[in-house]
Design a protein around this ligand. Structure first.
Ligand SMILES: C[S@@+](CC[C@H](N)C(=O)[O-])C[C@H]1O[C@@H](n2cnc3c(N)ncnc32)[C@H](O)[C@@H]1O
Length: 609
């Protein structure tokens, strides 16, 4: 409350002092304030009232909670809230009831009272008490200065949105038009985990993910997404709209889940804002807008993207085109024939969650230094060159900066043999066992000592075609062995492995062709944390693209490769390469012998492997 009163103009303070000065009971003060501002129960009790009167006296100290990361606290500047509400009124959205589930310092509520002339009731919830007071006093101040303005009934609650009972609000909506407005917290459940914070809904697996998806990161969600879904579930059965500021990743998830979750919304759009300018946040964000109610048209599963500043200029449309999720519907039309099922199984690189111990710099011979600066002499046989996302910047990779210890050849393999096979390495691992024991992920539970993931026969293939999952660039690199040993990729990369360089070159050329590159542009979301995922890569129908490419196109594609690499590349080999997939089908599913790489006979998308 202290900081709320500190934000008032001195005229407002004088006004309140004069009007409240002679009043001694909070309910009489409340009668006066509801008449001035529409705010119901301005003071919750006598204590609130006396505290306010005390604070209206000159001089008081202010102490504010500083670390509000747990609450995803990015307050909307009033200028932005005003332009959003102006946009909504220009779209003829004229709500009777407005609900702001996490109102903060109240910029949306203030814009709403200013700009929605017909609104009858406003409801808001906020967990942080100083903001609760600041909003109340700001609205009071607004009505003191604008006495003729339409005065809705305003109900503000200091409460946790996850515990608040929205039932009472629902009752008052009836046939009225509702608008869910606001900007819910910008924080993910895993960020909360790292802050050891608990600002979470009771049931956090609200998408009912299976155990593996929860482990592989699909279980990480934004609190904001949960709140938006909660509002959709509660209020989409009424007439009205939603307009919420949120990260683009959240909007993508909402649209992605539309068919599965059967949400009662349509007419979705994302109006891009400059989050750096408004929130000093380096993230892509937009106003997510939708209408409540069902629309059985297929377009209900699409979302139009434009800028808030020019909402009528649609930049692109993303969402579901039949059973395919696409980022750009228009360009997708040209390349959709290549959107199928990959004949090869894409693999994520090695995961160990122990980089200080497992990733090494080579000093000389058998001498290495780990991430803690410890130097050691260890056997080389389980040590491989390591390529990370940041290393995949050129078409061909023949060098590496780091090394990685590969303790297993397949997931779950016993590691007992290391003690005899590489005793010095075993001693090193044993000395650092406590670092492995600290790995939080449940995938390492009840597994052999020093276990890793993302490893299998494919990891040891000499020739690889790889892409970074994290970077925006969609080009694929050819990764070649160094000193006769295959290079390993880390878990930020995806790859295919081959025994034979010519096959690797053909696949690399196909993947870098305009057909695949343009398809990727129309199905990936570059503002996602990981634009390229196994799911996206498994959609690339390499065979179909190969069938549409001539040998001349392949020659043009491989022109930059070193001559020594392409000695075996010729038109006959290309023809045989293209025929392999047809033969797979003809042979009723036998794996063709030419390809030592794992080939997937077309089937529904596989899970993460
Ligand atoms: C991104 S800020 C936006 C505030 C306001 N909606 C606006 O547009 O300026 C998110 C707000 O959610 C509040 N908040 C966070 N967790 C909450 C919870 N569990 N219940 C209610 N409010 C919460 C924070 O205190 C913060 O004020």
């Amino acid at each position: 409350m202290q900081s709320a009163i500190r934000h008032l103009q001195s005229d407002t303070v004088q006004y309140l002092k004069a009007r409240l000065g002679d009043i001694s009971a909070f309910d009489i003060a409340n009668d006066l304030l509801v008449a001035i501002s529409g705010i119901d129960m301005f003071f919750r009790n006598q204590e609130d009232f006396l505290a306010t009167k005390e604070l209206l006296k000159p001089c008081f100290a202010v102490s504010e909670e500083t670390d509000r990361r747990e609450y995803g606290d990015f307050q909307t500047p009033s200028k932005l809230a005003d332009s959003i509400c102006s946009h909504l009124t220009a779209e003829n959205i004229s709500p009777d009831v407005i609900i702001e589930p996490t109102f903060g310092k109240g910029s949306f509520l203030l814009s709403a009272v200013k700009l929605f002339g017909e609104v009858k009731e406003i409801y808001g919830v906020e967990i942080h008490e100083p903001y609760y007071w600041q909003t109340k006093f700001s609205i009071l101040e607004y009505f003191i200065n604008n006495r003729k303005q339409n005065k809705p009934k305003i109900f503000l609650y200091h409460n946790n949105v996850f515990q608040f009972d929205f039932g009472t609000i629902e009752k008052s909506i009836g046939r009225h038009n509702v608008l869910i407005l606001g900007n819910p917290p910008w924080v993910t459940n895993s960020e909360l985990g790292s802050l050891d914070a608990h600002n979470l809904p009771g049931k956090s697996n609200f998408k009912a993910l299976n155990g593996l998806d929860a482990i592989t990161g699909k279980g990480n969600f934004d609190i904001c997404e949960y709140i938006i879904l909660m509002m959709i579930k509660l209020f989409s059965k009424y007439n009205g709209h939603m307009a919420m500021l949120t990260k683009n990743a959240v909007i993508k998830n909402l649209i992605y889940d539309l068919p599965k979750m059967n949400y009662n919304i349509h007419n979705s759009s994302a109006l891009r804002i400059n989050a750096k300018e408004h929130f000093d946040a380096s993230v892509e964000a937009s106003l997510f807008k939708c209408s409540f109610g069902r629309d059985d048209n297929q377009s209900a599963f699409l979302c139009k993207v434009s800028m808030l500043a020019s909402p009528n200029v649609v930049e692109n449309t993303f969402g579901w085109v039949r059973d395919k999720f696409v980022s750009d519907m228009t360009s997708y039309g040209t390349h959709k024939k290549y959107d199928g099922v990959s004949q090869y199984i894409w693999r994520q690189g090695i995961k160990h969650d122990c980089s200080n111990i497992m990733e090494l710099d080579s000093l000389s011979g058998n001498k290495y230094r780990n991430g803690l600066g410890q130097e050691m002499n260890i056997e080389n046989d389980m040590i491989y060159g390591l390529i990370k996302s940041s290393d995949l910047h050129s078409p061909v990779i023949t060098q590496h900066r780091k090394h990685v210890i590969v303790t297993q050849r397949m997931i779950g393999e016993s590691t007992a043999h290391i003690e005899y096979q590489s005793p010095k390495l075993y001693q090193y691992l044993l000395q650092n066992k406590h670092h492995f024991d600290q790995r939080k992920s449940s995938i390492y539970k009840n597994k052999p000592l020093f276990s890793i993931f993302g490893v299998g026969e494919y990891s040891f293939k000499p020739y690889k075609v790889a892409i970074s999952g994290l970077y925006k660039r969609s080009s694929f690199s050819l990764v070649l062995p160094v000193n006769g040993k295959p290079l390993m990729l880390d878990d930020t990369c995806y790859h295919l492995g081959f025994d034979n360089i010519t096959d690797a070159i053909f696949v690399w050329a196909v993947l870098n062709s305009v057909h695949v590159q343009e398809l990727l542009a129309s199905i990936t979301f570059l503002d996602a944390k990981r634009p390229y995922t196994k799911d996206v890569l498994m959609r690339l129908d390499i065979n179909q693209v190969a069938c549409d490419m001539t040998y001349e196109e392949i020659v043009a594609q491989i022109g930059s490769l070193d001559k020594t690499m392409i000695v075996d590349v010729n038109e006959d080999k290309w023809i045989i390469f293209r025929e392999q997939f047809t033969n797979v089908k003809d042979k009723g599913g036998d794996q063709p012998s030419l390809f030592a790489c794992q080939i997937l006979i077309p089937s529904p998308l596989a899970g993460e492997g």
